[in-house]
Design a protein around this ligand. Structure first.
Ligand code: MOS
Length: 725
């Protein structure tokens, strides 16, 4: 089904199942421990072997030689597969860094060997005996030091309209500030893990992947085998946040190890490997300049961002939202990319906007203060309904103003002290902050297969993943709505490369796109049912209460399916609506903090997010995404930072003891409000992304609240207590 004209009324609009607060259908499996995650997959008739990864001890250079004799002779060892031993492997399409093979070292903890043994403990013990002789080279590890060598990335990165320099020069009120965001780690619950089993030339891999087809393609390329020979399964995933978008070393090592050991092999990346072996959100340095008239209208806005990556990598797109969020005739954005020899920088929840909004939304707060305007009002004054760089291009649907107004009302914004540092309760300075939320809405084609059996059970199959987001549930809701059956009659199978290729999970596109794919397949199944019963399109059959009817004619779906059952497969293919209309999601974050006057410790007191993101398919799972994102935003504001060893080139704090994410006690009260809307440009489902919108702006709202509490403006994240005393 091609989607290139705005959606009209369709069965989803009935809202009998879609939009209802239905608890996760996979919840009981998870809470009873019956959901099988990658590493747990276990066939009692199989003797699994265990692989343990050896990571490079240098950040840049070459392997001169490897001595694995001691490891090979250690108890229980079955095989040792080394990087120089396997030689150069072809790199897949999606990663920047190579995952394994050859002698070149591109970053610290790059996989150099996998040791396979009868038990995990034996593999780990033997891995410690692998000796590697490296030829080490000097690398560049410090973004600030490399900033001046940064270049315009391939594919551009600059944009603009009007004459920024002249307008900024002439502006009566202006701001010119620099903000920094650190390297961050995804820090999801479940580390990467794979089990690989060969049957002749056929490879089966149980893994933890957000994007089944991307992994399958890249794994086949890396191993030099046909994609058809690779079967990938990832039915349950304990979080990803972007670090499981692209094939990772665990899958490659498990496949090579299993081939060598001639047995199925399990490989997990131990927690300390996540930070340096995989990817991270790159640090940024961002300069923002804003000029405005005394009426509060922005006349000039510029956002420049510097970030670094390995050769061949890309920039953190931190200026993305500044092209679209506020009006202003004269504007420019630019990105510069430095070569750094740190581990690969890549997508982490809301890549681009998350760190970009951390800077922009402080700058907006600072500008409002200079203009003596309320920061909510300043944002409203500068709202735009068109893409400010291309004013002939409207937003598909945009209600930022509604989010700000609703949020201000619900949060009690009028209680905020206009004077920073003026509200005190005992030892606590109290402040409130606001930020806009903005994240683009991406669309990817997505396929699904739907079966109807003679019991009237509907089964949906798609390689879509559920990374903890609720995909199982919203997909079941979609099929139930489309076919007029209760949700209990729908079974959903996900995360298997034998199923039709879906959008996968990433970039907050999975919810809208995968359900749109299921919509397309269900529409086809409805046609098949109608045709079987001899209805034509003029009959306009209705699917409800488990039957199909038109006029006086009616038949239960179970009967329509017959003994053979019916099956339909289709995919949603997105046309040009994202080009003709800017598709984005909007929100507003409000935060109240207390800062200890003596220690500088910040406590979050309460948070509110108001979101305008198209149809909300399930308010429970959507809320869960937003409160998780708000929590991650608090981490970004107050504690999360990968600390770079600038001499040796690695992230020092590579575990959850030292990479500090918020815990429950850090987050006392969160509220989420969804504005009631649909976006007919986004898909037939009329939904948009929500999971990444929830993080965008949060850290700045915290920073602005801290400023309101203390009168101290911190522009370097994270806002640790040393910066407040
Ligand atoms: Mo997201 S960073 O695309 O999983």
């Amino acid at each position: 089904m091609r989607f290139d004209t705005p959606a009209t009324t369709n069965p989803i609009d009935q809202g009998k199942v879609i939009g209802k607060p239905i608890a996760r259908i996979d919840g009981p499996l998870k809470t009873t421990g019956k959901a099988i995650y990658a590493y747990e997959w276990h066939d009692p008739n199989t003797r699994y072997a265990y692989g343990y990864i050896v990571g490079s001890a240098i950040a840049k250079g070459r392997i001169r030689s490897m001595d694995v004799a001691a490891a090979r002779n250690a108890p229980g060892v079955i095989a040792v597969v080394t990087s120089d031993g396997v030689g150069e492997l072809k790199k897949g399409k999606y990663n920047t860094a190579k995952l394994f093979g050859g002698t070149e070292i591109q970053h610290y903890h790059q996989a150099v060997a996998v040791v396979v043994a009868e038990t995990f403990e034996e593999a780990r013990a033997a891995a410690a005996l692998v000796k590697v002789d490296y030829a080490e080279e000097r690398g560049a590890f410090d973004l600030a030091a490399a900033k001046d060598s940064a270049v315009k990335p391939e594919g551009g990165g600059d944009s603009g309209a009007g004459d920024f320099d002249a307008a900024f020069e002439a502006a009566p009120v202006k701001l010119d500030q620099v903000y920094t965001t650190p390297d961050q780690s995804h820090a999801m619950m479940e580390p990467h893990a794979s089990i690989a089993a060969w049957n002749g030339d056929d490879l089966t891999v149980w893994t933890s992947s957000q994007m089944i087809d991307w992994w399958r393609t890249d794994l086949a390329t890396t191993l030099g085998i046909d994609k058809d020979k690779v079967h990938l399964m990832s039915p349950f995933i304990g979080g990803g946040f972007g670090v499981k978008l692209f094939l990772r070393a665990d899958a490659v090592l498990a496949a090579l190890a299993a081939r060598e050991a001639k047995r199925p092999v399990k490989v997990a990346l131990p927690r300390p490997f996540l930070m340096n072996n995989t990817t991270h959100r790159p640090a940024t340095i961002q300069r923002i300049r804003i000029g405005a008239g005394r009426d509060g209208k922005i006349t000039a806005i510029a956002h420049e961002s510097w970030s670094g990556d390995l050769p061949g990598g890309g920039p953190e797109v931190a200026v993305q939202q500044t092209r679209l969020l506020y009006a202003g005739e004269n504007r420019m954005t630019a990105m510069r990319l430095a070569t750094l020899d740190l581990p690969e920088g890549n997508a982490m929840r809301a890549p681009g906007e998350a760190p970009g909004m951390m800077a922009l939304e402080i700058a907006i707060d600072e500008m409002a203060e200079r203009l003596a305007l309320d920061p909510v009002e300043f944002r409203i004054i500068n709202d735009t309904q068109v893409d400010p760089e291309n004013p002939e291009r409207p937003f598909s649907h945009r209600n930022l103003v509604g989010c700000l107004r609703t949020g201000a009302e619900r949060f009690g914004w009028r209680e905020r002290s206009k004077q920073p540092g003026a509200r005190r309760e005992g030892n606590w300075l109290i402040g409130m902050g606001v930020a806009a939320a903005f994240r683009n809405n991406l669309v990817l084609n997505s396929g699904a297969r739907v079966r109807l059996d003679r019991e009237g059970i509907v089964t949906v199959e798609t390689d879509m993943t559920d990374i903890g987001t609720g995909s199982y549930t919203i997909i079941a809701q979609t099929a139930a709505e489309m076919l007029g059956v209760p949700i209990e009659k729908v079974a959903v199978s996900l995360g298997d490369s034998r199923f039709p290729v879906s959008s996968g999970s990433g970039g907050q596109f999975g919810g809208n796109c995968s359900t749109a794919g299921v919509y397309a397949a269900c529409a086809k199944l409805r046609e098949a049912v109608a045709q079987k019963l001899g209805f034509n399109s003029a009959d306009d059959p209705i699917f409800a209460e488990g039957e199909v009817r038109s006029g006086d004619r009616r038949m239960p779906l179970a009967q329509a399916a017959g003994d053979e059952g019916l099956v339909a497969e289709d995919q949603i293919e997105f046309g040009d609506l994202t080009k003709t209309h800017q598709q984005s999601t909007f929100g507003a974050h409000f935060v109240e903090v207390a800062v200890d006057v003596a220690t500088g410790e910040t406590r979050i007191r309460r948070m509110l997010a108001v979101c305008a993101a198209g149809r909300i398919l399930n308010p429970i799972t959507a809320r869960s995404q937003v409160i998780g994102a708000m929590t991650m935003g608090v981490g970004g504001a107050l504690s999360e930072e990968l600390v770079v060893d600038k001499e040796r080139g690695f992230f020092v704090n590579h575990d959850l003891a030292a990479y500090e994410v918020p815990v429950h006690a850090d987050i006392p009260h969160q509220e989420v409000v969804f504005l009631d809307e649909t976006d007919p440009m986004s898909s037939p489902i009329k939904a948009k992304g929500i999971a990444e919108l929830g993080i965008c702006g949060v850290a700045a709202a915290v920073a602005n609240a801290i400023y309101n509490a203390t009168a101290i403006r911190v522009r370097e994240y994270p806002i640790t207590l040393d910066k407040l005393i």
